[in-house]
Ligand binder design. Structure first.
Ligand code: FES
Length: 104
């Protein structure tokens, strides 16, 4: 069953922006893409570096440490040196509040 947790205000993350939030599951990056909101764990699967501050290229994010790319939509590792996918979280907006499903 979904466990929706409030993590921020929709107005604080306009399209094209991102926020990083602290949760019980660690830091999570929330990205407001053209397609909507997406959330990823803020930890690169290559060397555990923080990931959410990386440059975005469409629906991909580039790790700021060694340049691995991940899909923001599904967490797939797309290029070396990362070979393991990262965790993604379902996101919704409810009454102006961004919520993440912590029951992944
Ligand atoms: S820590 Fe992300 S590519 Fe190395």
């Amino acid at each position: 069953m979904a466990e929706w947790v409030d993590v921020g205000l929709e107005k604080d993350c306009p399209q094209g922006q991102r926020i990083v939030v602290d949760t019980d599951a660690g830091k999570i990056g929330i990205f407001h893409l053209n397609q909507g909101f997406y959330a990823i764990e803020d930890r690169c699967s290559h060397d555990n570096g923080e990931l959410a501050s990386g440059e975005c290229d469409g629906d991909e994010i580039i790790c700021p440490r060694h340049g691995a790319r991940f899909c923001l939509l599904n967490g797939k590792a797309l290029t070396p040196p990362a070979y393991e996918d990262i965790e993604v979280f379902a996101v919704r907006v409810h009454n102006g509040m961004i919520q993440i499903d912590m029951d992944n």
